[in-house]
Design a protein around this ligand. Structure first.
Ligand code: ITT
Length: 203
């Protein structure tokens, strides 16, 4: 079985990755199993940060590494919180504090102006010096509510209303969220590419 280190410290992402990649004959090992220290996310785009995380984990473990950098892009806020989504309410902020700040920033903004999207850049490096990373990027459109709904998912899910489903992403079960979401669709794209590649490509 091919072993890939998953370069994330976010348990919500680990759940989604594991479900989406089940059945591909890949063993996904979270970087916590190797005590990989966190890397500073100094990039100015999702893809740059995903590369930083994947390269860091590949270097530490000697394994192929998969990383996601993702975030919420809100039109009325000029694209914020964007690449700073995890730390919107300050360094080390938790989901509740980030959601509180988002609601405060959007106070008084009418529903028609509350459009937003989740974005995900997914990177797979075969090793730390891989010159040709596999890269998949996807977005997911929604509207930011004025109060949270639902208990599933993580991050901004309770505020992210998905018009096509008539509920927030925190009200979707994990399988449905993975079918629709930025990360789920980037993972499906990656899975497709991996199936087309010989096993040695990620060994
Ligand atoms: P790692 O860097 O260790 O992977 P992180 O949570 O810091 O974990 P990011 O830097 O990619 O990850 O920040 C992504 C943030 O964007 C995440 O913390 C959430 O606040 C938000 N986010 C991304 N995808 C989301 C989703 O599917 N549902 C809700 N919020 C999401």
């Amino acid at each position: 079985m091919r072993k890939i280190v998953l370069a994330t410290g976010n348990p919500g992402k680990v759940r989604e990755f594991s479900a989406a990649l089940a059945g591909l004959g890949i063993e996904i090992v979270p970087q916590s199993a190797f005590a990989v220290p966190e890397v500073e996310e100094t990039g100015l785009s999702f893809v740059e940060n995903a590369l930083l995380k994947a390269r860091h984990a590949a270097r530490h473990t000697g394994l192929p590494a998969l990383a996601d950098d993702s975030g919420l892009v809100v039109d009325a806020l000029g694209g914020a919180p964007g690449i700073y989504s995890a730390r919107y309410a300050g360094p080390g902020a938790n989901d509740r504090a980030n959601n509180t700040r988002l609601l405060a920033e959007l106070q008084g903004v009418a529903e028609a102006q509350r459009s937003a999207r989740f974005a995900c850049a997914l990177v797979l490096l075969r090793d730390a010096t891989d010159p040709l990373p596999l890269l998949c990027q996807q977005t997911w459109e929604g509207i930011i509510l004025s109060e949270p709904r639902g208990t599933g998912g993580f991050g901004y899910d309770p505020l992210f209303f998905v018009p096509t489903e008539g509920c927030t992403s925190a009200e979707l079960d994990l399988a449905r969220k993975n079918q629709l979401s930025h990360r789920g669709r980037a993972l499906a794209q990656l899975a497709q590419e991996l199936k087309l590649k010989p096993v040695s490509a990620v060994d």
